[in-house]
Write a protein that binds this ligand. Structure first.
Ligand code: SIN
Length: 507
């Protein structure tokens, strides 16, 4: 049976998503050495991954890439002269098992996906439309008897950001695929507006959330005064780049047997320590083991973007520092995308099956998106075919006419981001978390009043969800005193450690 599907996209279809910016690649050949791949995922997670989720990814991953990305979408992955796929490595991988499209893998996938999706029968795409809140039987039905039913999702209110109109989309199944939370931090690799919309909306209807303290910081993000931050793929180190400090010393050699290719949490924290010890703003990726021609051909986008900022990577090292990158936690789901709320699913970075535990292995995220989307769609199709759904009318959205003050919104957002960066970053402590909670609680109250007194706009929705997500991350971090993977809690004694540099403070 073909289902009727509505895609709600806050931007244009395939724009505005972090996947668009994914550089490194996607694990493909899960059959090369599946047991070793599982060990690598678990080792990267500091031993905390959910084994069932790891097994599922490794079992279904290869077929998902083959059927959708290679056979159906014909994504232009890099190939050898023989026509065979090229493979690369990233941090924490024991084997070369990642396929890639130069340093723009996400863009190559999404571009072909876009052309495929717009032609699909039964799929309608709403662009520049943003979800405001989920609808549930108990909260939104016009039938008062529905409040006695178990919490069941029946769709979402959405806002057309062009016209300002808000309406309800009623659905048998609602799938959250809103990406991660990176934009609640000052320095991040994430796209604008990625503030945990799915997490915040799910929390408001009482869905279970897990592992939110596990925010992965990517170790190597381009950092130079007056330049935008952008990711410098781990694949650069996978091809031979070496992390060095300002004196040119390869500091990872003494820290981990995989040196510059150690798992991300270890590399990011080692850079943090190196910066504290040296007083510098950044470390460097030394590229001298690769020729200029190779670098330009293999990493055209990184080469161009660095050059635009005055760094010629064919001649000089790349200045980098860590930035918030990936949320390992999220809306709890089983392996078929089911959350704890009936008929509400989550997939990709929004969801948490426990695959990544406390720290994610590189290049698992695009693969997880594919596998979780496929398994969720299949389970939903079966449910819809078998099911009996109660879809009542819901109350219309009521909104004040007052326009919100954009200056206030921007200022509040800045405060959230700097609070998270300074107190809930790579190194946390009980005292810093307490401080963050106090600031964010006060802001949340103000923002709540602001939200109910003004006409809804995209930036106001972002702000409301950002403060909610930030508080949820702080709460999760405060409840977990154990340093594992990407969640590192320092003792009170270490509280004097300076937080990472922000762009505004660059010398
Ligand atoms: C990268 O290219 O380093 C990022 C890819 C990922 O996060 O898996």
């Amino acid at each position: 049976m073909g289902l009727s599907v509505t895609l709600v996209c806050s931007d244009e279809l395939s724009k505005g998503a972090n996947s668009q910016w994914a550089q490194g690649g996607i694990i493909f050949d899960t059959s090369i050495n599946p047991a070793q791949l599982k060990r690598d995922i678990v080792a990267a997670s500091d031993g905390t991954s959910n084994p069932a989720a790891v097994d599922s990814l490794v079992e279904h991953g290869q077929a998902a890439v083959q059927s959708l990305l290679l056979d159906e979408l014909d994504v232009p992955f890099d190939r050898e002269d023989s026509g065979d796929l090229k493979y690369t490595r990233e941090g924490g991988h024991s084997d070369k098992r990642i396929i890639f499209s130069k340093d723009l893998t996400g863009r190559a996938i999404l571009s072909n996906m876009h052309d495929h999706v717009v032609g699909l029968e039964g799929v309608s795409v709403l662009t520049n439309t943003v979800a405001v809140d989920l609808l549930t039987l108990s909260h939104n039905s016009v039938d008062p008897q529905d409040k006695y039913k178990p919490i069941t999702c029946i769709g979402a209110y959405v806002l057309d950001t062009g016209t300002g109109e808000i309406w309800a989309i009623i659905a048998k199944k609602t799938i959250l695929a809103t990406g991660g939370v990176g934009q609640i931090f000052q320095n991040t690799t994430n796209q604008k507006g990625v503030v945990g919309h799915g997490v915040a909306m799910a929390q408001r209807v009482g869905a279970r959330l897990i592992d939110l303290e596990y925010i992965q910081f990517h170790p190597t993000v381009f950092l130079k005064k007056n330049c935008p931050l952008f990711l410098v793929s781990e694949a650069v180190r996978g091809e031979g780049g070496v992390l060095v400090n300002a004196r040119g010393r390869p500091f990872m050699d003494a820290i981990h047997p995989m040196k510059s290719l150690a798992p991300r949490d270890i590399v990011a924290r080692s850079i943090h320590q190196e910066l504290i010890a040296s007083g510098e703003n950044c470390v460097y990726i030394d590229l001298t083991s690769m020729t200029g021609d190779f670098l330009k051909e293999r990493f055209p986008s990184i080469h161009r973007r660095c050059l635009e900022c005055g760094v010629d990577i064919t001649r000089e090292p790349i200045p980098v520092a860590p930035a918030a990158h990936y949320s390992c936690g999220g809306v709890y789901t089983d392996l078929t995308g089911r959350s704890s709320v009936a008929n509400l699913n989550a997939i990709g970075e929004t969801a948490c099956t426990g695959l990544h535990g406390a720290n994610r292995l590189a290049s698992t995220s695009l693969l997880e998106c594919l596998v979780s989307a496929k398994l969720t769609a299949e389970a939903d199709r079966d449910d819809v075919e078998a099911g009996d759904f109660h879809l009542p009318d819901v109350r219309a959205w009521e909104s004040p006419d007052e326009s919100p003050d954009e200056v206030l919104i921007e200022q509040d957002m800045r405060q959230i981001k700097s609070t998270m960066w300074n107190y809930v970053g790579l190194v946390r402590s009980a005292r810093r978390l307490q401080r963050a909670r106090r600031i964010l609680r006060e802001l949340e109250q103000e923002i709540g009043e602001f939200y109910s007194g003004n006409r809804l706009t995209r930036s106001l929705i972002d702000l409301r969800n950002a403060v909610k997500t930030a508080l949820l991350v702080v709460h999760a971090a405060s409840l977990n005193p154990n340093s594992r993977g990407s969640h590192y809690v320092s003792s009170e004694r270490d509280d004097s450690e300076v937080p990472l540099v922000s762009l505004d403070e660059l010398k």
